[in-house]
Design a protein around this ligand. Sequence first.
Ligand code: S3P
Length: 172
Amino acid sequence: MNKPGNSIVLIGFMGAGKSSVGRSLARITGLPRFDTDEMIAIRFGATIHEIFENHGENAFRVAETEALRELRGKQGTIVVAGGGIILSPENRQLVRELGQVVHLSANEETLFRRISRRPTRPLLRTENPRATATALLEVRLPLYREVADVEVDTSLLTHEEVARKILELVES
Ligand code: S3P
């Protein structure tokens, strides 16, 4: 498949393991890692929660597009994308252009168990986080699948196993 970029881009729902797998991939390959949440937090000098609280979700989404545009100038990187990055058509196109797109998936039970360990995500600060997550997942799953070149189910694998599987898939 001909793409302008040759990076490995991890997409998927919150709790899919993108951040940890991204670190494993960077360690194994020696490639630099860029995490859009980290890029945005640095730019604002604030946590993701503070950005949502003080500037609103829309400002965060605009910053996600800017982060992707910035990454377009880099080759051979590991990109960890925030769970909602696939919401806009422009971002979906930008993500595709960066390189091989890997959708990290997991069954809903597993996603929710992992999400519950770190209750910092602004979108899930609702009365019923479980119902919110289910509704978000329903909307997003087709979008992750639309953008991805490959999908890896992380439910039963360690981060290291997921990383090795990704490398097998993208190198074959
Ligand atoms: C979001 C996911 C988060 C972060 C922000 C919004 C989302 O990233 O970008 O809280 O819309 O799903 P993770 O997927 O790394 O948790």
